[in-house]
Write a protein that binds this ligand. Structure first.
Ligand code: NAD
Ligand code: GLY
Length: 375
């Protein structure tokens, strides 16, 4: 289902010599050959993709590259979070070596956040670093994981614990590919869209209150606007704080509660990352209200916006409930965002007014989770 190439939005991630463009629009895959050509020393690129994405959209990308005289060298991996592992990384790097990819070649990540994080990390370390391009195919990857250069794999001790900052050379967010994305994955990605409104853009939050149905139905104008506004916000934050020394942490709104829930549910189909973030954001707003930091009506309104998109806002809606409050808090203490035994949360003074709270008391969180229904 291709349409004429329409770059509705081109957003620059302003990182000086490493600046790059995120193009958002329809039909971008059909023009991938011309888009990638300036970055290639040889007319070839290794494409890391998963079986599902490659089966649905691989022929279209290969044909587009071949029209521009670029050989597409597929490195196809199984779909799912378990691929983002040491074993998955070993497999991908071995296959890149077998393809005799050299330091002047470019890796193309073609898939969701799993493929983007894995291929990006492989690019960061392959022969001490090669360039890569992101062609994200989930809403979550288009608005979040393909932008900003965080790449990682999971280890048995936790998620994203081994990785590198490695910025892509280009991001092509082709909205057409979202037509095949299952509705549940679309909603999970939408959680990250709401996140941008909740963390710092009240006007965008209000726009989403009115346009959620259009975005989720993949109505082209609403979808392009939602993706572009999300990317603009992320690009602006990343340009200011690439390695998360300060403000970039705001992008973790909902993630401390969310990662604890993901740890308990096993990082799989029981609870998708975006669903965990959705519940986590609702909990972060209610926790903020419970501590007198945020008006109760703002926490309520955040929850309504999240629930209206068909996303969970309470522990009771998450498979695995009832959770143990102390186990959840222990996961939070192990999170990368915990420093010196104190819990770090992104809390809110109101809608669009998130802030980093570095010394949150674990007992207050435990008590709050019990009020929320945890054992
Ligand atoms: P995913 O990559 O697992 O994709 C979800 C599912 O959708 C997969 O089964 C995939 O095969 C399928 N899929 C992808 N595109 C499709 C399409 N167009 N049509 C049909 N099916 C399609 O998951 P995700 O939600 O995209 O990403 C989650 C990952 O992203 C997690 O590992 C998370 O840690 C990571 N992440 C990274 C960052 C970052 O900054 N690097 C930010 C957020 C999340
Ligand atoms: N997803 C959080 C970040 O990119 O910083």
């Amino acid at each position: 289902m291709s349409r004429a190439i329409a770059v509705d939005h081109a957003i620059t991630v302003g990182l000086g010599a490493r600046a790059y463009e995120v193009r958002v629009g329809g039909g971008l895959i059909d023009g991938a050959g011309q888009a990638l050509a300036p970055f290639l020393k040889r007319r070839r690129t290794a494409i890391v993709s998963d079986e599902t994405v490659w089966g649905l959209h691989g022929a279209r990308l290969s044909a587009a590259l071949e029209r521009a005289g670029i050989a597409a060298l597929p490195v196809i991996v199984p779909p799912g979070e378990q691929t983002k592992s040491f074993a998955g990384l070993a497999d991908v790097t071995d296959r890149l070596l077998a393809l005799e990819l050299d330091r002047g070649d470019v890796i193309t990540a073609f898939g969701g956040g799993v493929v983007g994080d894995l291929a990006g990390f492989a690019a960061a370390i392959y022969k001490r670093g090669v360039d890569f391009v992101q062609i994200p195919t989930t809403l979550l990857a288009q608005v979040d994981s393909s932008v900003g250069g965080k790449t990682a794999i999971d280890t048995p001790r936790g998620k994203n614990l081994v990785g590198a900052f490695h910025q892509p050379k280009l991001v092509l967010a082709d909205l057409d590919v979202l037509a095949t994305l299952p509705d549940r994955e679309m909603r999970a990605g939408y959680a990250e869209v709401i996140k941008y409104g909740l963390l710092g853009d009240f006007t965008f939050f209000e726009w989403l209150e009115l346009n959620a149905a259009g975005v989720l139905a993949r109505e082209p104008v609403a979808l392009a606007q939602a993706v572009a506004r999300s990317v603009e916000t992320k690009a602006e934050i990343v340009a200011e704080d690439e390695t998360e020394q300060g403000r970039r942490a705001l992008l973790n709104l909902g993630h401390t509660f969310g990662h604890a829930l993901e740890s308990e549910t096993g990082y799989g189909a029981a609870l998708l990352h975006g669903e965990a973030v959705a519940a986590g954001m609702a909990l972060a707003f209610r926790f903020s209200a419970s501590q007198g930091l945020c008006p109760t009506q703002d926490a309520y309104r955040a929850g309504v916006a999240i629930a209206t998109a068909g996303l969970p806002t309470t522990l009771a809606e998450v498979a695995g409930h009832p959770f143990d409050a102390q186990r959840l808090v222990r996961h939070m203490a192990q999170d990368k965002k915990a420093e010196g035994g104190k819990l770090t949360f992104i809390l809110a003074h109101g809608l669009g007014e998130a802030f980093v709270a570095k010394d949150v008391d674990a007992t207050a969180v435990t008590a709050f989770l019990k009020l929320e229904g945890a054992a």
